[in-house]
Design a protein around this ligand. Structure first.
Ligand SMILES: *Cc1c(COP(=O)(O)O)cnc(C)c1O
Length: 427
């Protein structure tokens, strides 16, 4: 039997580099042939061979209400029928801006863009324009989109300048980024004491979700806020993943930390390209046309994307939405951990709101180094075995997982049972 996934992948590789439009989709990390999806409904997706999977990727986060939620689909259809875009302001953008500012009290003003990458890239420029400084700090293993200054890894030595993590990023640009260890409050303090007056911004994922999942330590969050305040640097919480994912108030509400700027994406677009950055009015007013920091977008605030986002944000405001989402994620991680323990597999798991991390390791990782020392081969074996059991996890050991409100307790039980079968034969 020929696989349609394989045929599509073979043909795609001739016309699209690596056969994919975003690298992690290519299954390079786990090996094998990527699945081509043709349909999603609720918690399920169907591949090109019509095989159904329970989906824990959810388009990398946006599908928090499940695939094809009827209210989201209707909102998109209604908006499309009124015009796909105007390149001029619309009332729905105002509605989105007001809603975002209402839900996240740290936002006094917002601007809509089309991707998380745009949001973070512009937040950095804005912080530089506002402070008149050039240096930024990021943390190893955090991902903030693919703009030049953020595709940077730590240089050798404790406080040296960053180095490009991608070919094509000039070393001169990477040098302006200092890369520190996540959860290392003392390291951050040292960096500020050496060059506090040069630092325009610190950008951080308040729960790291792009190196599997790492929960922030309290002292780290407090150090971020206090040091930025003391040295006049802009604290940018990159909530592209965590916004409307870990709670209705994002990670900033979940942990009680007040950023100067926030970036949003994923859930706020409901599956379509909508993202945003916002924060203190004093900073946001530096943006063109009010101020001298330039930013623009032909598709920014696109009415169809905004409609999908508004419909999704309406669903997540229903009473009990996040309590149930967190309960499902916890049911999953506890069930998997118990099964692994029963069968003597070195595995653990945790969740924060509606996102979760799975680790082939004895203890929950708290740093990039600890995540990197998890057993990647074990994850890859587990990933493929779960695919065989009709469960679709993120195709990499270094990605967080997501549940949606369309998942049922029965879906979670079925997932745990599938893993139990695999763990029972683990060696
Ligand atoms: C996904 C993500 C981005 C990039 O968003 P895109 O829409 O893929 O450009 C930025 N920051 C974080 C934390 C993300 O998870």
């Amino acid at each position: 039997m020929t696989s349609h996934n394989q045929e599509l992948f073979d043909a795609s590789q001739k016309r699209i580099p690596g056969g994919v439009n975003s690298p992690v989709r290519a299954f390079r990390s786990v090996g094998g042939t990527p699945l081509f999806f043709k349909r999603g409904q609720g918690a399920y997706v169907w591949d090109a061979d019509d095989k159904r999977y329970i989906d824990y990727v959810g388009s990398w986060g946006p599908m928090i209400a499940g695939h094809c939620h009827p209210e989201v689909v209707r909102a998109v259809q209604d908006a499309a029928a009124q015009g796909l875009g105007f390149g001029a302001p619309t009332a729905s953008e105002l509605e989105m801006a007001e809603l975002l500012c209402k839900l996240l009290p740290s936002l006094e003003m917002v601007r809509l863009v089309s991707s998380g990458t745009e949001a973070t890239m512009t937040a950095i420029r804005l912080a530089r324009g506002y402070t008149g400084r050039s240096r930024i700090i990021k943390f190893e293993g955090c991902y903030h989109g693919h703009s030049d200054g953020l595709l940077v890894k730590a240089g050798s030595g404790a406080l040296t300048f960053g180095q490009p993590s991608s070919s094509g990023v000039p070393a001169e640009i990477a040098k302006l980024t200092t890369v520190l260890d996540y959860n290392d409050a003392a390291g951050l303090e040292r960096a500020f004491s050496e060059m506090g007056s040069e630092i325009a911004a610190v950008i951080v994922e308040p729960v790291a979700g792009n190196m599997n999942l790492i929960a922030p330590k309290r002292e780290f969050l407090d150090a971020l806020r206090n040091l930025c305040t003391r040295h006049g640097a802009v604290l940018i919480l990159d909530e592209v993943m965590t916004g409307f994912r870990v709670s209705l108030q994002g990670a900033q509400g979940y942990y009680g930390i007040k950023p100067d700027l926030v970036t949003l994406g994923k859930v706020m677009g409901g599956g379509l390209p909508a993202a945003a950055f916002g924060g203190k009015k004093e900073i946001m007013q530096c943006l063109a046309p009010l101020g001298a920091v330039y930013q623009a977008g032909t598709l920014s605030g696109n009415p169809v994307a905004v409609a999908a986002g508004l419909a999704t944000l309406k669903l997540v405001q229903e009473p009990g939405f996040y309590e149930r989402l967190a309960r499902l994620a916890k049911q999953l991680t506890e069930g998997l951990s118990m099964s692994a323990k029963k069968h003597g597999v070195a595995f653990c798991a945790q969740s924060v709101g509606g996102m979760f991390g799975l680790y082939f390791s004895d203890a929950l990782p708290e740093s990039y180094g600890e995540v990197m020392s998890c057993d990647k081969e074990a994850f890859n074996r587990f990933f493929h075995a779960m695919l065989g059991q009709d469960v679709y996890l993120a195709p990499s050991a270094f990605e967080a997982g997501f549940v949606s409100s369309a998942h049922t307790e029965a879906d979670i039980e079925a997932t745990i049972a599938a893993a139990d079968k695999i763990f029972s034969a683990w060696k």
